[in-house]
Design a protein around this ligand. Structure first.
Ligand code: SF4
Length: 455
C-alpha cells in the first residue's frame, strides 16, 4: 500500500465515533473467537452487513506500523485491519472503496492506553491515500457502550439485548469447551464439537436474535450441552482447577496468548477463564456509579439541570445493568441445571470484596477492579491455582500482579503471571510446568471446588 500524508486532529473526531452501519460492511476484530462470531451474527440479524476479520495474519503489518511502545493488542488489531484492507483491495481491484467499510474498534476512558488505540490507528490509516475514508466505528465505556446511532433508534435497545445475549452464549460455549476438553474420550472431538456448536448458535442468533426469542436459543443450547456431556470420559479423574484473569484481549485471544489454556491442560489442568459478559456488566456498573456520583455532586451544588441529566443517566445505566444481570442469571440457571459450569460474579459483589479486603478502589477503574476480587473469589471457592494473563507492560494487569502476588503467597495458592508480546519466551513452558506442579500439590492437599467428578 502506498504511503501518504499525515492529517490533522479533525480526523480523530470526523472519522472516529459512532456511525450508522446501514449500507456499510462492518468489520469486527476477532478477539474472543466465539464471542466475535456470535456478535457478528446478531448484527447480521438486524440487517447490518457484519464480518469478522481474520486475525493474526497481519501481525507483520501491525509491527511495521507501530513503534513497539504500544500495547500488544493495538499491534495485533492494527495488523488485522491493514491485512483485511489489503486483501479486500486485491480481491475487488477497482471496485474496492474504503468508504464502504466501518472498522469496529471500541475504546475505554480511564488511565490506560485503550482509549488511544483508535486514535493511533486513525493516524496510520490516514497515512494511506486509499484508506483515509475508512471510518472507525467506536463504542465508548464513557456511555456504557451505547449503540445509539448505529441503526434506527427504535431497534437500538433490542440490538443491545441480543448482542449481550450473544456474549453470554459465547461465554457458555467457551466454558463448555474448557469443561469437556480435559476429559474427552477422543482427542480433538471437543474442538470439533464446539466449532459446530458455534456455527449452529450463529445461525440461531441471526434468525432469532431480532425477535428476542432467547428461550428458543436456550432450548437448543440445552441439547448441545447434553450432546457435549457425551464426549466426557467419566473414568478420568478430576484435575486441579485453575482460574484465569487478566487483560480481556490477551486472555481471550488464543493466538496472542499462545493458546495458554491448552498448554495448561497439557500439563494436567482444568481451566476457567473470566468471561466477556462480566466486562460488559462492569462497564454498565461503572457508568451507573459515575452517574450516581455526578448526581450527588450536582445535588450538593443544587444544579437542577445537571441533576436531571444524571438522574436520566442513572435510570438508563441502571436499566441496562438490571437487564444484563437478569438475563445472565436466567441463562446460567438453565445451563447449570445440566452441567456444572461456573457462573459469573456480580460486579457489586466484586466491589464488596475489594472494600472488605481494602486492596483497591473502584474509582481507580480498569480491569484491575475485576481481576483482583476475581482472584480472591477463586481462592475462596477452592481453586488450586490462578493465572494472570496480560500484554507485556499492561498497566492494570501490573497493578493486579503487584497486589495479588504477595496475597496468594500468604494464602498458599499457586499464582503465575504470564505477560505476552509477539515474541516467544524460552522459559515459558518451564514456568507453566512448575506452576502446574504446585497446583497439583495444592490439589492433593486441599482437593478442589464443586465439580470433583468428571462425568
Ligand atoms: S488494558 Fe493494558 S493492554 Fe489494554 S490498553 Fe490498557 S495498558 Fe494497554
Amino acid at each position: 500500500m502506498e504511503k501518504a500524508k499525515i492529517v490533522g486532529f479533525q480526523a480523530l473526531t470526523d472519522k472516529v465515533g459512532r456511525f450508522s452501519l446501514r449500507d456499510k460492511i462492518c468489520l469486527i476484530p476477532e478477539m474472543n473467537r466465539i464471542g466475535s462470531h456470535l456478535l457478528a451474527a446478531v448484527f447480521r440479524g438486524f440487517g447490518i452487513n457484519a464480518r469478522v476479520m481474520e486475525t493474526y495474519k497481519g501481525l507483520d503489518l501491525g509491527r511495521e506500523y507501530t513503534s513497539g511502545k504500544e500495547c500488544y493488542p493495538c499491534q495485533i488489531t492494527m495488523g488485522d485491519i491493514l491485512y483485511c484492507m489489503k486483501e479486500e483491495a486485491a480481491r475487488l481491484g477497482d471496485d474496492f472503496h474504503a468508504e464502504d467499510y466501518i472498522y469496529f474498534m471500541p475504546e475505554a476512558d480511564g488511565p490506560c492506553r485503550f482509549g488511544m488505540y483508535n486514535k493511533y490507528q486513525r493516524i496510520v490509516l490516514d497515512s494511506f491515500p486509499e484508506l483515509d475514508r475508512l471510518k472507525i466505528g467506536s463504542l465508548s465505556t464513557q456511555d456504557g457502550y451505547s449503540l445509539a446511532g448505529i441503526i434506527e433508534d427504535g431497534r437500538v435497545r433490542d440490538l443491545r439485548k441480543a448482542s449481550y445475549f450473544s456474549l453470554v452464549i459465547g461465554d457458555i460455549l467457551d466454558r463448555l469447551l474448557w469443561r469437556i476438553r480435559p476429559y474427552e474420550k477422543e482427542a480433538g472431538s471437543t474442538d470439533e464439537f464446539i466449532e459446530t456448536s458455534m456455527r449452529l448458535m450463529e445461525e440461531l442468533l441471526e434468525r432469532m436474535g431480532p425477535q428476542k426469542e432467547f428461550d428458543k436459543v436456550l432450548d437448543r443450547l440445552e441439547q448441545v450441552i447434553e450432546e457435549g456431556k457425551g464426549l466426557i470420559d467419566p473414568a478420568q479423574p478430576a484435575r486441579p482447577l485453575i482460574g484465569m484473569v487478566g487483560e480481556i484481549y490477551l486472555r481471550t485471544h488464543v493466538h496472542a496468548n499462545q493458546d495458554l489454556i491448552r498448554v495448561l491442560e497439557g500439563f494436567g489442568a482444568e481451566v476457567v477463564n473470566a468471561s466477556l459478559a462480566e466486562w460488559v456488566n462492569y462497564i454498565s456498573y461503572d457508568a451507573l456509579r459515575s452517574a450516581r456520583r455526578g448526581f450527588l455532586l450536582a445535588l450538593r451544588r443544587f444544579r437542577t439541570q445537571a441533576m436531571k441529566k444524571y438522574l436520566k443517566d442513572m435510570m438508563g445505566y441502571g436499566g441496562d445493568l438490571y437487564y444484563q444481570e437478569f438475563r445472565l442469571k436466567r441463562t446460567y440457571a438453565r445451563i447449570r441445571s445440566l452441567i456444572d459450569l461456573p457462573a459469573d460474579h456480580r460486579v457489586a459483589h466484586l466491589e464488596k470484596i475489594l472494600k472488605e479486603e481494602d486492596l483497591l478502589d473502584f474509582d481507580v477503574g480498569t480491569e484491575a477492579c475485576l481481576s483482583i476480587p476475581g482472584i480472591i473469589e477463586y481462592a475462596r471457592e477452592g481453586y488450586n491455582g490462578v493465572v494472570n494473563v496480560y500484554p507485556f507492560t499492561c498497566m492494570p494487569s501490573t497493578i493486579t500482579s503487584a497486589i495479588v502476588g504477595p496475597l496468594m503467597n500468604r494464602l498458599g495458592i499457586p499464582y503465575l503471571d504470564t505477560p505476552y508480546d509477539s515474541t516467544s519466551q524460552p522459559g515459558r513452558e518451564a514456568a507453566i510446568r512448575t506452576f502446574m506442579y504446585q497446583a497439583e500439590q495444592h490439589f492433593k492437599r486441599h482437593g478442589r471446588k464443586g465439580n470433583a467428578e468428571t462425568g
